[in-house]
Each structure stands twice: as structure tokens, then as C-alpha cells.
Design a binder for this molecule. Structure first.
Ligand code: PMP
Length: 778
């Protein structure tokens, strides 16, 4: 529903963790929050007073878009005093926080495809800001042994013709690393020769320790100043995070570009906050020094405590208010059966076991670390560190357990491929010749599958497809002189061809080009089988999920969005019902009954079915799988409620729910033993599904109405968008839609209507109980 933009970015991890810590506190759990990125001090009294005065004087209207002149002047003055920089007021813009300045700057500077170099570890917002304007973040990892500072040769290697800018965060959030003049000069030397800008985020510039001599990047020379936009604000230095005032200073064209953008986003920053910030920047500065001295004391304390922990190392930061210890030596250890694998796992462990909230390093681009903020009272810091030290001590080497290795094939192509049915004979021959040319003798596989009496031979050079093919179907005779009914080529690695499928009905040939994914292979095979069997065997297929009870089957048939799978698994919880078919049943008429057969030896199911039946996970563990997600970055389940509590972080090497494209081949006999699976049953009830909140749960259908719905693939009241590719229900993989074939289908289903009863079922109100009542005639 939401846009790609929303789906592409994550909520700020710091916010999420703080929210979790707050929620735990609200439940009465005594959590120490070391995740916060703001000073714990009160905003200085003189600053607050200036804000109150602004309200009393009714300074509560729109101001100049770029900020009130007095505040811009104060910014100019502060940059002169603190950094020796000279800016004109029109080279300064005041925004709603430094974050807002940064976004407007990136919007003003970066075009689609422009690269922005971001040394890692980085502040979480930088890559997202670049992504939002379709720029390309080029993350360059720095090394702890280099003090987390980007080295000149590293900068050189990161620059490309597409480079637009680099974001330097000095001092850094999360490492606290700070560049001295010499180190900045070395970077400037390279930047001078390049057509690029420097975004210098100096929000922590005043929080500097050990008499470190802070240098602003723009102060390295007039030429560098022309390429630099400095970002700062009052949030950190004056303990004013909630007031939302930041600013940028740089070349006038960029600043006025930012002004244009700002005029359409936030307009001016809060008028009251601007007055308060004016007091902060222009008034007495002793509160800043007091705060810095206190931060230095806490930093020293935190470092001293962390140094005593065996296996932990911690870089000594020169600025900001974070420590960034390396905790990677604890990965692989466990406590109470919980094994840590990464920084998210560590964050989870510390929150649950030690009741301390910290931020995982992965959020900043380095999974070996965690970030602790010492912007909290000394008492809290002591308590928090006591708990962390204790919790780390409790981690013990993990017992040697047999780790389950999932049989999982990851394919290059993930989605279904376009099908071109009705290939001419000439084209078919040319295509087959091309495929044969690529198959060769070595590395090619051939296997005859018996799919409901129709034999399809797969010819492929993809071992995985052959493997799944053999697993999925019952075998047919394998002798080479044996003639299959249809041939299916699946040939990968053909240069210059897009993934595609082709069929020729006359010769019963299917061709899949450049796809290694099993889904399209299976679909095409089923399409061919239906095509062949409706003329050869007089059988047809019903697309639906079916369950058997006392020799008779009910089928649930419906487009996506009608909760077919939910209902089906709910029904199966009643052990009287046995699984019959998970997707498709072939039907033929015998002695007045519609005999429905499940053609599959192993069921091809999306692995996220575990959502509906958690007990399936144990069965999947021992089955063959395709495209199960093993890395969090590949997770597609944006709605997953577990978030930081992600199983991939907590020791599991895969997650069945993370991708809609992950499938398993499940032995139906494993569900509840051979007695829980019925391969054959007489189809007696067909429920055509719709889902809304007003229609009755069950409506019995007259034959003609049932036929119309079956042919159109749409149930009344189901939005068309749900059935974007509306196909007849009874044949999802229809290869031939010629009128005579469609008539054949209709006649077939007319017959079915004589032996089976059709209902319209509203899954929006009806439950599995209603299904049961209906078939029992109650
Ligand atoms: N830059 C960095 C490096 C930060 O850490 C933060 C705050 N976490 C900001 C910018 C944003 O500050 P502001 O509150 O002014 O938006």
C-alpha cells in the first residue's frame, strides 16, 4: 500500500530502541537507557527565559523562511569565534534541526544516481537521506586501528566520476572519532583536485575532550570553504534537542537552493525556538564548558569500566557523547540457551537480560560494535555499566550443538517469468535447436515426471531444477526410447536473453530460458499437463486448496486476498479433515462421481505458511527449500512485528517468513502421517471465495452463476485489482484460450455441477466452522 520510499527505509533504530526502553519502563521494568542521542542536562535558564519572552511578546508567527536576521547574525558570529570562519548572512540558513538542514542540503545537491561517500560507521540518517533523493550512498568502512578516520588513500579510492559529495561527521556519531587539522588537511588535498562537495556535519563540535584542537573543515582555506557546507545546530551543545534548531553555512547558491526547498517543506523553523537559540549562541557560553567537563568525566569512567571486561575493546573517543566498544568476541557465545550472533542479538540480550538499552553497531554500518551513550546521569551510567559487565560475564562459550543446515537453494531469478504461448512451429524448432546447443552432454539433466498420467520430460542444465523436479513429481518410466507426452526445456546461462517462457501446443514443447527458479518451471509443466490431459485423458484441473472427509473433498477456490490459505489451514486443524491438494486437483468422471487427484508427490508451498501453522517449521527444516532468507537485509516482511526481536539476529540462520518467494517441497505424509493425506477423493463441494464485511457467509449457487464465476475467475464483490491477472479458476496455467478449448472447459464444469455443489463463501465473515456446517447440511 505504501510507496517504495517508505518500504525502502527503516525507522531510525535509535528511536525504535528508545521507544522499547520507554515501553518497558511504562510496564514498571527498571531499564537503563544508554541509547539516547541527547544531553541529559536541562536547557540553560537564560535560553529558556528567551523562549518564554518570545511567547510573551507574541513572537509566534511565521518568520523569514531562512531564519530571523538576528539569529543568522549570531550564527555568523559564532562560526567566526569558534572556527575562524567568515560567512555573510545570506550564506546561512536556519532550519528545524540539523537533520532538516541535512535533508534540504542533500535535496539541493544530489541528483538521481549521484554518489555520496559516507565513511562508516556513520550516523544512521546519512544513507537514508541520500536514498530518499535516489542518490547512491557509497559506504566506505573506516578501521578502528586508524581511529575510525577515513584515510586519504581510502578517500581517493572511493571517488568516482559520479561522486557528488562526501559526508564528514566530525566528531563522529557513533564513534566519537575526531579529525585533527593535519588529518583534515590530507583529505582536503584530495578534495581540492576533485569536482565534489563536502558536507561537514559538525553538530558535536563543541563537545570535545582532552584539549583536542578542533578544526572546522571549511577553515582549511578559501578554496575548500567554497566546496563545503557546514552543518551545526543547538541540539547537542546547548541541550536543546526538542527545540529543533539547526543551521547550515556554505556557498550562497547552495544555501539559497536549500531555502527554496525549505519554503515548501517546513518553512521557517519555530519562531520561539529561534529566539531561544539566539540567546544560546550569542549569550554566555559557560554552560557548554560545564557540560563538556561532565561528559569528559563520564567518558573516562565508561572507558575505564569497559577496559576491565575481558574480550572487549573500546576506542577512546575525543568528542561527542558515545563510546563504541567492539563486542564481536562475544558473538557465538550464549546465555540461557540464547546464542548471540551479531550486534542486534547483543542489543536484544542486553535489553532482555541486563535491562540496558543500547544501539547495535549494525545500524551505523558496523556489526562488530555497539553504541553506548553517556549522555545520562553518572548514577545511571554506573548502574548501566554494572549490568552490562555482569551480563557479558554470564556469556559462556556455546555448547557444541548440532546446527541444522537447511537444504536451501538460492536462485538468481525470483519471480515468475512472462510466458509466450502459441509459439509457431518454426520458432519452436529454432528455439529447441538453440536450447539443445546449450545443453550439451555434460551438466545436463533429463528426468521423466508422471504428472497425473501425463509424462513430461525435463531437460535442464540447472541442477537445482532437476533436483526439485525429481522431488516434486512421481517418476515415470526412464528408458531412453520411452516417449514422453511433452518436453520441457529449462536452460540457463544463455547470453543476451531475458528470463522467459515459451510453449508450442502442437508439439507439446515448453521452453524456459534463463531462469533457475523452480516456480516457473513447475507452472509451465502443469500448464502443459492440463493442455495435454484435457484432450488425451479428458481430465481437467481445479485450482484450489482441497481437503477430504470420509472419501469426499471440498475445494476452496478464490483469487488472492480472499483468505483461502487461512481458511484451509484452519479447517485442517480439525483432524477429521485430511489434506487433499494444496493448489490444484485433476478431475475425471467415473461412475457419476468427480474423482479428484492430487498430482504432486511433494507439495510446493510458500514457506511463509508457517504463519498460519507454526508446526510446519519443523517439517520445513527437513525438506528441500528454495530462496529461504538467511540474511536480514533480504527480509521482505516489512510488517514483521518482531523487528529488533528478529529470529535472524537471535541465532537462527534462516527465517521462513521473511520472503514471499521462499518455497518448500513438503511431503504431505509428514503433516499427520499417511493417514492425514488423501491423494484421491470425490469432489463434492466447491466454495468460491470472496471477502467483504457485508455479504452473507454462505450462498448456495445456481449452476449457471457458478459457471460464470468459474470462467471469469472473479467472485462478485471482489475488486478487480485483487484479480489483476483474472484467469479461469479451473485452469490457472492456461496455455490455450481458443474458443473451442474454452467451450470444452465449460462443458466439463457443467458436468461437475451435477456431482458437486457450489457455494459462494464470504471469508470476510465466514469461518472454517461455517464451512463444516455447510457440508454437513446444517
Ligand atoms: N548529525 C548528527 C551526527 C547527529 O547525531 C544528530 C542527532 N542525533 C544530528 C545531526 C541531528 O541533530 P538535530 O537534533 O539538530 O536535528
Amino acid at each position: 500500500m505504501t510507496s517504495d520510499t517508505v518500504n525502502k527505509i527503516g525507522t531510525s533504530p535509535t528511536l525504535k530502541i528508545s521507544a522499547k526502553a520507554k515501553a518497558m519502563k511504562a510496564e514498571g521494568i527498571d531499564v537503563i537507557d544508554l541509547s539516547v542521542g541527547e544531553p541529559d542536562f536541562a536547557t540553560p535558564d537564560n535560553v529558556k527565559a528567551a523562549g518564554i519572552k518570545a511567547i510573551e511578546q507574541n513572537f509566534t508567527k511565521y518568520t523569514e523562511n531562512e531564519g530571523i536576521p538576528a539569529l543568522k547574525k549570531a550564527v555568523v558570529q559564532r562560526l567566526k569565534e569558534d572556527c575562524g570562519l567568515t560567512y555573510a548572512p545570506n550564506e546561512v540558513i536556519v532550519s528545524s534541526g540539523a537533520k532538516s538542514s541535512l535533508f534540504h542540503l542533500i535535496m539541493a545537491l544530489v541528483n538521481e544516481g549521484d554518489e555520496v561517500i559516507i565513511p562508516a560507521p556513520y550516523w544512521v540518517t546519512y544513507p537514508e537521506a541520500v536514498n530518499l533523493v535516489k542518490g547512491k550512498p557509497v559506504i566506505f568502512p573506516t578501521k578502528e586501528e586508524n581511529g575510525f578516520l577515513l584515510q586519504p588513500d581510502e578517500l581517493k579510492s572511493a571517488i568516482s566520476p559520479a561522486t557528488k559529495a562526501i559526508i564528514l561527521n566530525n566528531p563522529s556519531n557513533p564513534t566519537g572519532a575526531t579529525y585533527n587539522r593535519k588529518q583534515l588537511e590530507a583529505l582536503a588535498e584530495i578534495i581540492r583536485g576533485e569536482d565534489m562537495f563536502v558536507i561537514s556535519d559538525e553538530i558535536y563540535a563543541k563537545l570535545i575532550y582532552d584539549d583536542f584542537k578542533y578544526v572546522s573543515f571549511a577553515a582549511l582555506g578559501d578554496d575548500i570553504k567554497k566546496k563545503t557546507v557546514l552543518i551545526n545546530g543547538v541540539s547537542k551543545s546547548y541541550s536543546m534537542t526538542g527545540w529543533r534548531i539547526g543551521y547550515a553555512a556554505g556557498p550562497v547558491d547552495i544555501i539559497s537552493g536549500m531555502g527554496k526547498i525549505q519554503s515548501h517543506t517546513t518553512s521557517n523553523a519555530c519562531s520561539i525556538s529561534q529566539k531561544a537559540s539566539l540567546e544560546a549562541l550569542a549569550g554566555p557560553q559557560h554552560e557548554v564548558s560545564r557540560m563538556t567537563a561532565e561528559f569528559q568525566r563520564r567518558r573516562n569512567y565508561a572507558l575505564q569500566r569497559l577496559q576491565t571486561v575481558p574480550g572487549l575493546s573500546c576506542f577512546k573517543p575525543q568528542g561527542a557523547f558515545y563510546v563504541f566498544p567492539n563486542v564481536s568476541s562475544f558473538y557465538g557465545k550464549e546465555c540461557g540457551g540464547m546464542r548471540l550472533r551479531n550486534s542486534y542479538g547483543m542489543a536484544y540480550y542486553l535489553l532482555k537480560e541486563a535491562r540496558v538499552a543500547i544501539v547495535p553497531g549494525d545500524a551505523f554500518g558496523d556489526d562488530n560494535y555497539i553504541r553506548l551513550s553517556y549522555a545520562t546521569s553518572m548514577a545511571n551510567l554506573e548502574k548501566g555499566l554494572d549490568r552490562i559487565v555482569q551480563a557479558l560475564k554470564e556469556l559462556k562459550p556455546a555448547k557444541k550443538t548440532k546446527t541444522l543446515v537447511l537444504s536451501n537453494a538460492v536462485t538468481r531469478v525470483r519471480k515468475s517469468v512472462p510466458v509466450e504461448a502459441g509459439l509457431s512451429l518454426k520458432m519452436r524448432d529454432a528455439l529447441v535447436a538453440e536450447m539443445d546447443g546449450h545443453l550439451g552432454f555434460a551438466n545436463s539433466f533429463e528426468w521423466n515426471a508422471n504428472i497425473n498420467g501425463v509424462v513430461i520430460q525435463l531437460r535442464t542444465n540447472v541442477a537445482h531444477l532437476n533436483d526439485f523436479w525429481m522431488e516434486n513429481w512421481y517418476p515415470a518410466q526412464l528408458e531412453s526410447e520411452f516417449k514422453p507426452h511433452g518436453i520441457l526445456y529449462a536452460v540457463d546461462g544463455i547470453p543476451g536473453r531475458e528470463p522467459r517462457a515459451f510453449t508450442n501446443a502442437e508439439t507439446h514443447t515448453g521452453v524456459l530460458v534463463n531462469t533457475d527458479n523452480y516456480g516457473p518451471t513447475r507452472s509451465l509443466a502443469l500448464g502443459m499437463v492440463m493442455d495435454i490431459s484435457e484432450t488425451m485423458l479428458g481430465t481437467q484441473a481445479v485450482r484450489g486448496m482441497s481437503a477430504e472427509i470420509h472419501g469426499e473433498a471440498l475445494a476452496l477456490v478464490g483469487p488472492p486476498g480472499t483468505k483461502k490459505t487461512e481458511l484451509f489451514f484452519e479447517l485442517l486443524k480439525d483432524r477429521q479433515f485430511r489434506l487433499h491438494s494444496s493448489e490444484l486437483a485433476f478431475i475425471r468422471y467415473s461412475a457419476g462421481a468427480a474423482v479428484a487427484d492430487c498430482p504432486e508427490r511433494k507439495l510446493f508451498l510458500p514457506t511463509n505458511t508457517v504463519d498460519l501453522m507454526p508446526s510446519l517449521a519443523g517439517l520445513f527444516d527437513n525438506s528441500k527449500c528454495e530462496n529461504v532468507v538467511g540474511h536480514k537485509e533480504n527480509c521482505q516482511d516489512t510488517a514483521c512485528q518482531r523487528q529488533e526481536d528478529c529470529r535472524l539476529d537471535r541465532g537462527s540462520s534462516y527465517c521462513y517468513k521473511a520472503s514471499k518467494e521462499a518455497h518448500v517441497l513438503l511431503d504431505p505424509n509428514w503433516l499427520s502421517g499417511p493417514a492425514g493425506f488423501a491423494r484421491r477423493a470425490n469432489l463434492r463441494w466447491v466454495f468460491l471465495l470472496r471477502s467483504d464485511s457485508v455479504s452473507p457467509a454462505v450462498v448456495k449457487l445456481e449452476p449457471e452463476e457458478a459457471l460464470r464465476i468459474m470462467a471469469s475467475g472473479e467472485t462478485p464483490g471482489t475488486a478487480r485489482s485483487l484479480t489483476s491477472k483474472s484467469q479461469p479458476f479451473f485452469n490457472p496455467h492456461l496455455l490455450s484460450t481458443a474458443p473451442d478449448r474454452l467451450e470444452l472447459h465449460k462443458n466439463f464444469f457443467r458436468k461437475l455441477l451435477q456431482s458437486a455443489t457450489f457455494y459462494l463463501f464470504n471469508s470476510g465473515v465466514g469461518t472454517a466452522e461455517d464451512l463444516k456446517k455447510t457440508i454437513r447440511g446444517k
